[in-house]
Design a protein around this ligand. Structure first.
Ligand code: KG4
Ligand code: ZN
Length: 360
């Protein structure tokens, strides 16, 4: 069966054709038109500009996705679209387009939750190494930092979430202050690697050795581990962000240039450790559950490495999408759309987009 899927919840317009065959997914095409160059001028996503750019891109990327996959609408069994959560104007473009296309071609229309879509990116592994529910999933992106217990392919339970900023937002905002262009996640990741290596002098096992380094003990670079000190599985990144801003100001006031790489390493270390700690508690609480890492921030090399260690120490398997499928894309929406379709989920022309975070 072949699914044509759309994603337009934020600043990427994407269309994909994914085939389900012999119990596996095959990505026939996954076209992503990114708007980051446009939004970079403003240091973040401007919702109205995002909506207009989605309108301009959606037809041509649909043709491209279908041409690359070598299919016509006659070959498509269902149309899936991100219907929530996200920027309302941006979502509406994908929803309206998918609705019209499905209606005109008499195809079933399947509304998909963007967050479930991020988790479903781990189902796309062509080798068949995919997580089986129930499992614990971290969704870490520009808009979300949450832990879910995925009960089945179509049902999940929120067991922890950020009480303030999302982790991606925490990287983007501090990254911007230290001169990394939007979205700062990837640049932050690379700068942190430089910092870890500088701190430990070891280009291989730098993360493990970092806590024993002099740079870690340097009071000028000290940052708190952002923790919600209760037995919940919630996160909070605003304290870390404020402490980082104060640290940067102290350097400015003293007229000393900020050691950017060492600072980035410390900031990344604290953000990653905070996530690892709560995920460790989640794995202890839900014995026998494997671990899934997803969302744009799942591309972070330090988080990937740290969670690999965590999973190994807890004796569970870790699943994470390849970096190319961590960010927003329509192939992940197709994968989730397949399971929703099989569970009988359908929408008609009254489907509306919803900005709200309503999972399932
Ligand atoms: O999932 P996504 O593409 O969009 C949302 O649904 O928000 O995530 C985008 C976020 C941005 O905050 C971006 O800076 C972050 O993912 N990101 C990273 C990395 N690559 C992207 N954050 C940390 N390290 C990375 N390597
Ligand atoms: Zn996303």
């Amino acid at each position: 069966m072949k699914i044509l899927a759309f994603e337009s919840s934020c600043d990427e317009t994407s269309a994909a054709v994914v085939e389900r065959c012999d119990g596996r997914f095959l990505i026939k095409s996954n076209i992503i038109a990114s708007q980051v160059d446009t939004h970079r001028l403003y240091g973040g996503v401007v919702p109205e500009i995002a909506s207009r750019a989605h309108i301009e891109a959606i037809s041509s990327i649909t043709y491209e996705a279908m041409a690359t996959a070598g299919v016509t609408m006659a070959d498509i069994d269902a149309v899936a679209v991100t219907a929530s959560p996200g920027l309302i104007g941006a979502l509406l473009v994908g929803v309206s387009f998918a609705k019209a296309l499905a209606f005109a071609n008499k195809k079933p229309l399947v509304p998909v939750c963007h967050v479930m879509g991020h988790i479903a990116a781990t189902y796309l592994d062509g080798s068949g190494r995919v997580p089986e529910p129930p499992f614990i999933a971290l969704v870490a992106s520009g808009g979300h930092t949450a832990i879910y217990r995925v009960i089945s392919h179509t049902e999940c339970e929120l067991i922890g979430s950020t009480r303030d900023d999302a982790i991606g937002e925490a990287f983007d905002k501090i990254g911007r202050i230290i001169g990394i262009p939007y979205p700062a996640g990837r640049g932050f990741d690379e700068l942190s690697t430089e910092g870890f290596i500088e701190a430990t002098g070891d280009p291989v096992a730098f993360y493990k050795k970092y806590k024993r380094s002099e740079a870690y003990r340097n009071p000028d670079l000290a940052l708190p581990t952002p923790a919600v000190r209760d037995d919940s599985l919630d996160f909070s990144f605003s304290g870390l962000k404020t402490a980082a801003i104060n640290l940067i100001h102290r350097y400015e006031q003293r007229g000393i240039p900020l050691p950017r790489a060492l600072f980035a390493a410390r900031y990344t270390y604290e953000a990653v450790e905070a996530v690892a700690k709560k995920l460790g508690s989640a794995l202890d609480r839900f014995e026998g559950h494997d671990l899934v890492l997803s969302g744009g921030v799942a591309a972070n090399s330090h988080l990937r490495r740290r969670l690999s260690e965590l999973a190994a120490s807890k004796g569970v398997a870790l699943y994470m999408p390849p970096v190319s499928l961590c960010g927003d894309n329509a192939a992940m929406i197709a994968a989730q759309g397949y399971y929703d379709y099989m569970a009988g989920k359908r929408a008609d022309t009254s489907l509306n987009a919803s900005a709200a975070d309503t999972i399932n």
